[in-house]
Design a protein around this ligand. Sequence first.
Ligand code: PLP
Length: 453
Amino acid sequence: MDAEQLREYGHQMVNFVADYYKTIESFPVLSQVQPGYLRELVPTNPPTHPESLQDVLDGFLGEMLSAGINIVGFSWMSCPAATELEIIVLDWLAKLLNLPDAFLSTGNGGGVIQGTASEGVLVALLAARDKTLKKIGKDSLGKLVVYSSDQTHASVQKACQIAGIYPENFRILKTDSSTEYALSPEVVLNAILKDVASGLIPLLLCATVGSTSSTAIDPLLALGKIAKSNGIWLHVDAAYAGSACICPEYRHYINGVEEADSFSMNAHKWLLTNFDCSPLWIKDRNALIQSLSTYPEYLRNKASEANVVVDYKDWQIPLGRRFRSLKLWMVLRLYGQEGLQSYIRNHIALAKQFEELVIQDSRFEVVTPRRFSLVCFRLLPHSTDENQADKLNRALLDAVNLTGTIFISHTVLSGKYVLRLAVGAPLTEERHVIAAWKVLQEKATALLEGNVA
Ligand code: PLP
């Protein structure tokens, strides 16, 4: 969407909301719809082709006017459209990702939009914890073990802290360049067997598809089989790379997701949806609900009591919740499967182009294989001294970021300081990537010549 389209669409949206306020007294205070009403009105499959904003607006239902008002959709009754659209849209996105049917709302599973991936893994862990403690007794909390890798996002450690997992029972398993920083199934299995032998109880394994540092891919299929045979909850964190899996050529990165108990990705990272929008799918929604539900008198209502509706308050930590599915629904309709796929492909092609530029300059090296739109690279010093290399790359990062024309970030892999260039902004074009490379080359030349600008 370019700036002029944004202006035009923005005006249409404002008019739409203003008209709603003008006619607000003609609507009932409480929604008059019946549970499931939206399923009749919205297609079961996600759109393939982009639609015009006018078409999307024409499809607006009374409840959906909440785009411009303050919806607090904690229970079905408080906003049926917010609840029902979320169910439908997450089924759509699950279909785009080709997730197994077990994650769809039509079986025992379903999706819920969390604010962040951190909340997603926390609620998955709470569900897993309580399901296990129900079987073995609450006194066993101190025996529960959670497995992750040294590439796993820190949100898993935080989730363990909140969920009461003993710090000594949080495993950070080592990875290295031999597996391209992916978890080795053998390492995981050995850790599990060791814990079981010492009387501990393996609870949850978090596998990452597209790690934060270097987009490492943990082998879901092998890890899933280990998890299953040891009664462990497998959570898959695909916060960044999950979006790429809507393209058939990248879908194989989540092969094995059928073995997982929960799967999360951030639509707000790389799927054109503004922050916050972090879908979480779970196979056993009752595990989540049993862990998180409360039902005080002031929330009692006929629809909830009849057990015919979803009350998303029981799938998350807060009570109140926003109408986040609306923006995802609009993105899916405005871009369609085709538009979203070409958005992802374009970013990956731009990152590939940058990677090729790096490869062509023998003063640099690409440190880990590029899979998506992140390139991990570094400048090589004249000597083989690693300290020197780190110093040089720190200086390069500072020098290019100080220009104010680009921003790159860094990580440390196998003790080496590594630079990271990510293509992820909707407005990034080839000329930006080429300009970024020029800045990097100029600053590298100045540094290697001992002449920092
Ligand atoms: N998981 C991965 C792989 C990430 O890269 C990130 C953020 O960078 C997160 C989780 C945390 O995301 P959020 O801010 O949505 O909690």
